[in-house]
Design a protein around this ligand. Structure first.
Ligand SMILES: NC(=O)c1ccc[n+]([C@@H]2O[C@H](COP(=O)([O-])OP(=O)(O)OC[C@H]3O[C@@H](n4cnc5c(N)ncnc54)[C@H](OP(=O)(O)O)[C@@H]3O)[C@@H](O)[C@H]2O)c1
Length: 286
């Protein structure tokens, strides 16, 4: 069984830690405030942006998952979480002469495509916004670090406790752009956990995978499907004056392929939003 560190151990990291501990691995969860981590994980209080706090890294690490995310939605927050924190952790590992595989959760925000194109691991990455640029720079730092590495570009994560879309549909405030389909990409939290654990178990995982489910969903179709299930009012067409969240949605229109992850042997528990949200709705009404 392996020693595993999950750095930036939040929603996905905690689910992953619980799962790996169940399989018999020894798992440390690193975050600034590790008080809420479950007893099956070893808590490690540290700030990735402060190298002086990164001296108690556990020994003989087989795998490090880097799953931190910014707590500020501006460029300095993104740089701190995705580039500086990663660099500090890699330096701390080097200082201890450790050479684990580092698995970094990036995002499909590294793709600028917004005309409904299909994208995969080989597609061009020319992010227009600082979020995608910082993630891409973090990926490049890891790839040039000399550590064995795997990058997983996740799409929008939903799951227990991450049910904002259900709430907006229930409240009748969900909106979509009329006209051509606008594709959104999703992955259930349990498939983030399952996919990451699967990559850790592989002998030679590749350097980049997309972490998305089988079916890019037209936002209009997804919202209408949810509204029907919830007996909620039909979602509205967004007006011409777009809110910042509606304009973010308007930019968001690509179709991400998961063939590489599937071909590596991973089987999705929730292949599309239908299975994932059916399970969430069942749990909510229980
Ligand atoms: N959520 C999505 O829809 C989505 C989409 C695409 C990609 N991703 C990527 O998937 C990964 C996992 O996302 P998530 O939703 O699980 O994130 P999350 O719940 O926000 O967890 C991130 C954790 O990082 C810790 N953290 C932040 N800054 C830190 C620092 N300076 N030092 C130590 N720990 C720090 C935070 O804990 P403390 O505050 O206690 O430090 C937090 O628990 C992230 O890399 C994210 O970028 C997420």
């Amino acid at each position: 069984m392996a020693n595993v560190l999950i750095a930036g151990c939040g929603y996905v990291g905690t689910g992953l830690g619980i799962h790996l501990a169940t399989l018999g691995h020894q798992v440390w969860g690193l975050r600034r405030d590790p008080g809420s981590l479950p007893p099956s994980m070893e808590p490690l209080a540290a700030d990735l942006t402060n190298p002086e706090t990164l001296t108690a890294i556990p020994p003989n690490l087989h795998t490090v998952f880097y799953t931190a995310s910014p707590d500020q939605s501006d460029e300095s927050g993104y740089r701190a979480a995705y580039i500086e924190g990663l660099g500090n952790l890699l330096e701390a590992l080097k200082a201890q002469e450790q050479r684990p595989r580092v698995i970094y959760t990036s995002s499909t925000a590294v793709y600028a495509q917004q005309d409904g194109e299909w994208v995969d691991e080989t597609s061009v990455t020319t992010p227009e916004y600082f979020s995608g640029r910082c993630l891409l720079e973090g990926e490049q730092c890891l790839q040039s670090s000399g550590f064995p590495s795997t990058i997983v570009r996740l799409s929008g994560i939903y799951g227990p406790g991450r049910t904002r879309m259900i709430q907006t549909v229930q409240e009748g405030s969900a909106m979509y752009q009329d006209g051509q389909p606008r594709y959104t990409n999703h992955i259930h939290r349990d498939d983030c956990v399952g996919g990451l654990a699967h990559l850790m178990a592989m002998d030679q995982p590749d350097s980049i995978y997309l972490g998305v489910d089988h079916e890019p969903a037209d936002r209009k179709e997804l919202l209408n499907w949810l509204a029907k299930r919830l007996n909620a009012p039909a979602p509205q067409v967004a007006g011409s004056l777009l809110s910042s969240s509606a304009s973010r949605q308007a930019r968001n229109n690509k179709r991400c392929k998961n063939a590489k992850l599937i071909n590596s042997g991973y089987m999705f528990r929730y292949p599309t939003f239908r299975e994932g949200y059916t399970s969430l709705l069942a749990a909510n009404s229980a």
